[in-house]
Design a protein around this ligand. Structure first.
Ligand code: GDP
Ligand code: MG
Length: 441
């Protein structure tokens, strides 16, 4: 991951006052690779790296973080900014019926997404929605939408054989008006590649149906070609937003950045599966994390911020720095972890922090274990908690009895505490969890 790769650069950069250009460029080479691996289109990578470098050079390094982390923060912030800092929903507040037109290449997921959005609008937005397929190219395309309509209980425009797309669109608008629908969704035909006939058809359809929203549907796995697709559509049709499908696959989401950079339009939804409720609003922060390969660090930090009190963390950080992480601290850590979704949840969210994962594996990442560990520490005297080395065989037996556990479990806890104490010293050196919090919070 990027953080692994950057750690080499981190070390070189440590202990300087301000980020020097050469250092930033070295870090940005790694960022560039990460972006290309995430399938961000090359011209977009170039532009982005240049911008981020400018922002980074000369910035003072914050006390609580390493220069490398600071670079990651700058890159992350720049990504989020470029992806659009806010979630943007559909804007359909007009005299009904509001028209939503879906465009994109064949197989990008237009028809599926049409049904997903219609279902969402019906269920969450309590709108009356009608869908119409304008795809007369692909055999059975109109039937496909009708079937999806039945599955989602959304009305579809009755099929009339032999009608051209523009006529179907007119009929859809008329029917929607007469029957009092709030929203009409127009599912258009795609092509395997962008061509002028397709663009002309899209333009004609946009002209007569005056859509509130024209959404470009793009497969997140499109990769480097995403830029051409986006450019072609965006030049000829007045897009209002983008939907990125197949984000459930192994796509890192680089196409999101390319789309945004080329169209200048917000990404409104992401498709996360074949099921008809597999659609979500776009979260720029999450996708930035995914593009950088930093796992779900952002949501980890968000959850951490909810549960960890600032001064508590401060005191703990100070103790860790001095190598004084004792069993009382472990106990409050355990309680925090429980609030954050347990050991397994935490471990899953911390890519790259192997030491902690290992410590957790040794402690058997299981939430019932947290409760037993708490009982063990409760059965110790205050002195034992601050000086675990006092715990000889005799004391261990007493603690095990007092907590209803076994000496083995007491030993396991002590081992885990040792592992964590040394892991935390290492993390602390790298800026600490709180450092991460300051980075992303
Ligand atoms: P269209 O040609 O643009 O209308 O594409 P379709 O809507 O017919 O979708 C093509 C295929 O992609 C279908 O098999 C869909 O089930 C699948 N698909 C669409 N969106 C997603 C998604 O978000 N995730 C996954 N895994 N599959 C999707
Ligand atoms: Mg289709």
């Amino acid at each position: 991951t990027l953080s692994d790769r950057l750690s080499g650069v981190f070390d070189k950069l440590r202990g300087r006052g301000a980020l020097a250009e050469a250092d930033v460029r070295a870090a940005m080479r790694e960022v560039r690779i990460a972006l290309l691996e995430a399938d961000v289109a090359l011209p977009v990578v170039r532009e982005f790296v240049e911008k981020a470098t400018e922002q980074a050079v000369g910035q003072n390094v914050l006390k609580s973080v390493t220069p490398g982390q600071q670079v990651v923060k700058i890159v992350n912030d720049a990504l989020v900014e470029m992806l659009g800092s806010d979630q943007v929903d559909l804007e359909l507040d007009v005299a009904p019926p509001a028209v939503v037109m879906m465009v994109g290449l064949q197989g990008s997921g237009k028809t599926t997404t049409t049904a997903k959005i219609a279902k969402r609008l019906t269920e969450r937005g309590r709108k009356r929605v009608m869908m119409a397929s304008l795809d007369v190219n692909r055999p059975a395309a109109q039937e496909q939408l009708a079937t999806l309509g039945t599955q989602t209980s959304v009305a579809t425009l009755p099929i009339v054989e032999g009608q051209q797309p523009v006529d179907i669109a007119r009929r859809a608008l008329q029917a929607a008006k007469l029957q009092g629908f709030d929203v009409v969704m127009l599912d258009t035909a795609g092509r395997l590649h962008v061509d002028q006939a397709l663009m002309d058809e899209m333009k004609a359809l946009a002209d007569i149906s005056k859509p509130q929203e024209i959404l470009l549907v793009v497969d997140a796995l499109t990769g480097q070609d995403a830029v051409n697709v986006a450019k072609n559509f965006s030049d000829q049709v007045p897009l209002t937003g983008v939907v990125l499908t197949r984000m459930d696959g192994d796509a890192r989401g680089g196409a999101a950045l390319s789309m945004r950079a080329v169209t200048g339009k917000p990404i409104k939804f992401v498709g996360t599966g074949e099921k008809l409720d597999a659609i979500e609003l776009f979260h720029p922060g999450r996708v930035a994390g995914r593009i950088l390969g930093m796992g779900d660090v952002v949501s980890l930090v968000e959850r951490a911020a909810e549960t960890i009190k600032e001064d508590e963390a401060e005191a703990l950080a100070a103790k860790m720095a001095k190598g004084q992480f004792d069993l009382n601290d472990l106990r409050s850590q355990l309680a925090q972890m429980q609030r954050m979704g347990g050991l397994s949840g935490l471990a899953a969210m911390l890519p790259g922090v192997k030491q902690v994962k290992n410590a957790m594996a040794n402690g058997q990442a299981d939430d019932k274990v947290l409760v037993r560990m708490d009982a063990i520490i409760s059965s110790m005297t205050m002195k034992e908690r601050t000086k675990p080395e006092l715990l000889n065989a005799k004391r261990k037996i007493r603690v095990a009895k007092g907590s209803g556990t076994t000496v083995q479990e007491v030993n396991k806890l002590l081992k885990m505490h040792q592992d964590m104490a040394s892991a935390m010293k290492k993390i602390r050196k790298m800026g600490g969890l709180k450092g991460l919090g300051a980075l992303f919070g």
